[in-house]
Design a protein around this ligand. Structure first.
Ligand code: ADP
Length: 573
């Protein structure tokens, strides 16, 4: 706010001009009636006409300048908050996004910001102007006829309590509405993202009903808000009715008894009218303000959120090493009630390729998540090059790790940008070299726009194998000593498979690689295999040795790779 001091001062100056013009307009009523019309003074006909004209134009100009300036300040404040919130989302721990849902968060940028923006523009322009005008009008009323002015305000306190109560209620309704908007976004996101499933299973009616439920809930909440908000009209209008009744009766008798002129009474009457308008809009403003505060609460929940995973106060950059990785007696749980890793020890030498194998749910992905600190261990430690990663800066830990996930995540951008994500500022040559090493260069050139081809949302305009190779090129470009690889489970056609395997083989050269393996070829190439089951490492060794032991690993191999093994046997025979 402090950086907008100049603009706010400018706006307040023009608010004061608006208030003073209103005061002038009210004061002009008395001479206009008494001097011009009753005493028939020609000078006052012109003077009053010119005065009304001049003051109205000044008031219009003042309103324009203060309103634009204040709204600019308000909108800038919101823009700053959007930036802060987005930044907070970029730093927030993965756990938060997983637990709260990502689609829901979008509504904080859309509907919450909308409510807040509405409140800020209204409050910023209205509140100052209305309060200043009200002060001028009350001043005018007391100056014109203080006894009448006292009576005019006798009913005022009775309206304050209900207006405040309406505001509080509205805030609660608004909080619920905005949370519901989040739910609605989540449902829509789900249906649209799974467009193929919806069609394939002809689930349009079901989805329509799901959406319909969410729309109906928000509709009901919005109607509740409308009804609550509108309650302020009868309250304010009744207040006006009582006030007008009182001053007409009292003022009427004052005129009948010759205690005041028609002109001064009309000026007073006019002042009451002019005071009533800002009072009424202040009541409305309180409603907008409460709704805005509900939005602000949800926005600040994120801005003020202290990320769970962050640099320790004394964090230092990692000392560069060759890339050894160790999990020491690691325990981990996602939720308080269920342990997922149960004392895991894994020690990986620099340059070694290690495969994690085990039944689904054994904890392999979790191990991979702990190394780049997507989560922190519940107990034990993860060391890279002998250093506890929690004691190093996040950035320095990440800079040593490249990640290739099962569903390669591409951004809706060009292929070039998607590869360059691996290292910002890489030259075209470096990008192409990475693509060549990832067996992607040729197919990229065959696309109509080459490296400038847009990949579509989540890269859906590319084939599965092509997406994989772009992701591999990205990791190539990063050139980090440690590679975390979650091998794709979905089978590619033989040719794509061969290209992806070759690209991966080149990517793994000279790096410490930890791979969740789904292919026999990958497992065979691994120096050591860690067999995991129920959150524990139950066996370690190279493939042949483990097969000979005829334990869980041999059984898994027989189930998973039956086809591969038979193929090999027939080839060998
Ligand atoms: P794997 O990769 O071996 O199949 P995971 O590491 O994905 O196993 O999962 C291990 C266990 O942790 C499973 O029981 C799974 O249900 C649970 N789990 C995985 N991810 C989460 C999560 N984000 N929140 C809560 N539980 C999870």
């Amino acid at each position: 706010m402090t950086e907008h001091k100049g603009m706010i001062a400018f706006a307040v100056f023009w608010m004061a001009i608006v208030g003073a013009s209103n005061f002038g307009l009210v004061k002009l009523v008395e001479p206009a009636l008494n001097e011009a019309f009753i005493n028939k003074e020609e000078f006052w006909v012109w003077a009053a006409a010119a005065g009304f004209f001049g003051l109205s134009v000044t008031r219009g100009l003042g309103n324009f300048l203060q309103s634009v300036t204040m709204q600019m300040v308000g909108l800038r404040v919101i823009e700053t908050m959007q930036n802060q919130m987005f930044r907070a989302f970029l730093e927030i721990e993965i756990r938060y996004l997983e637990q709260e849902g990502t689609a829901k968060q979008l509504s904080r940028f859309t509907s919450d910001t909308y409510f807040l923006r509405d409140a800020v523009t209204k409050v910023f322009t209205g509140a100052g102007r209305d309060v200043i005008t009200l002060i001028f009008m009350i001043g005018a009323m007391f100056q014109l006829n203080w006894q009448l002015a006292l009576f005019a305000f006798i009913f005022f306190p009775f309206s304050v309590m209900p207006i405040a109560r309406i505001g509080r209620r509205l805030r609660k309704v608004s909080e619920n509405t905005q949370a519901e908007f989040g739910q609605m976004t989540a449902v829509l996101d789900d249906s649209l993202k799974n467009a193929r499933q919806v069609r394939a299973y002809s689930m349009q009616d079901y989805e329509a009903e799901r959406g319909g439920k969410a729309f109906l809930t928000t509709y009901k909440l919005l109607v509740k808000a409308v009804r609550t908000r509108a309650l302020s009209y009868p309250i304010m209008d009744s207040l006006a009715g009582f006030t007008l009744f009182t001053i007409i009766v009292l003022g009427g008798y004052q005129i009948l008894n010759g205690q005041q002129t028609v002109g001064s009474f009309m000026a007073f009457f006019f002042a009451v009218f002019m005071a009533y308008q800002p009072m009424r809009s202040l009541a409305g403003l309180n409603n907008s303000l409460q709704e805005g505060l509900a939005g602000a609460k949800r926005i600040f929940e994120i801005i003020d959120h202290d990320p769970l995973i962050k640099n320790a106060p004394d964090a230092r950059p990692m000392k560069p090493g060759k890339g050894t990785v160790a999990l020491q007696n690691v325990f981990f749980r996602y939720d308080a009630d269920k342990g997922v890793l149960d004392g895991v020890d894994i020690d990986i030498k620099a340059g070694e390729t290690v495969a994690l194998v085990g039944p689904s749910g054994a904890g392999k992905t979790t191990v991979l998540n702990l190394i780049p600190r997507f989560y922190d261990v519940t107990d034990g430690a993860v060391l890279i090059d002998g250093q506890d990663i929690r004691k190093a800066t996040l950035e320095s830990v990440m800079s040593g790790i490249a990640l290739v996930s099962q569903e390669p995540a591409l951004f809706n951008d060009t292929i070039r940008a998607n590869i360059a994500y691996g290292r910002m500022g890489a030259s075209q040559e470096e990008i192409e070299e990475a693509a060549r090493n990832a067996a992607a260069h040729d197919f990229i050139l065959s696309l109509p726009d080459g490296y400038d081809t847009m990949v579509g949302e989540q890269g859906l305009r590319l084939s599965g194998g092509q997406r994989q190779r772009i992701a591999i090129a990205r990791a190539m470009l990063k050139n980090a000593p440690i590679l975390l690889l979650d091998e794709a489970t979905s089978a590619l056609d033989a040719e794509s498979e061969r290209q992806v395997q070759e690209a991966l083989a080149r990517l793994m050269v000279g790096r410490t690689t930890i791979v969740i393996a789904h292919r026999l070829a990958t497992i065979r190439k691994a120096d050591r295999i860690f067999v995991m089951d129920k959150g524990k490492v139950i066996d370690v060794g190279p493939h042949d040795e483990l097969v000979k032991r005829d334990g869980l690993y041999a059984r898994l191999c027989r189930i998973q790779f039956q086809d591969d093994l038979t193929n090999e046997e027939t080839q060998e025979a």
